[in-house]
Design a protein around this ligand. Sequence first.
Ligand code: IMP
Ligand code: MG
Length: 181
Amino acid sequence: MTKATVAGKAIEVLFSEQKIAGRVVEMAAEIKQSGLERLLVVSILKGSFIFAADLLRALHGVGLAPEVEFISLSSYGAGTTSSGEIRILRDIESDVTGRSILLLDDILESGRTIAFAKDLMTARGAAGVEICVLLDKPHRRAVEIDADYVGFDCPDKFVVGYGMDMAHGFRQLPYVGVIAG
Ligand code: IMP
Ligand code: MG
């Protein structure tokens, strides 16, 4: 496994920059297949910002013209375990009534974050809500919910990089990795 040293920590690379880039293009093609109309991508901050930036350009590459919104939800404090309670830190601005929503997140773990966002969009009158995540940790689910589009199955490890943080650090890494020590 490739190793890197970042901020004095050894990182094991799980999903390389090239591997992610290839998969993002495939996911855009899968999303196009579903024929969603008046597509509004809702990126869940902060963790999905790099994924959103790459996926949006890939969606353009397959001929789609989505709009994009950002919602900032929080379930984690500075630690590595979910508190279970989801809060809206910053809401979207668009009216979602009658729109097809594609929710984007970095990781689907307990499912609480995505379930909260899906319920919120549905309650506001979205025509449909689909879920797209870069990583799925299916063995960690606490809420019955699955993603329509998954980049990769993720081992049951705390991962960082490509937008994902540990205690606010490591979001800048162009790959997804595990802190080895
Ligand atoms: P859920 O609500 O338990 O599904 O948690 C999903 C959220 O937890 C994601 O949006 C991530 O921001 C965060 N998260 C879950 N696992 C990890 C991880 O391994 N590294 C960094 N963030 C994670
Ligand atoms: Mg997150």
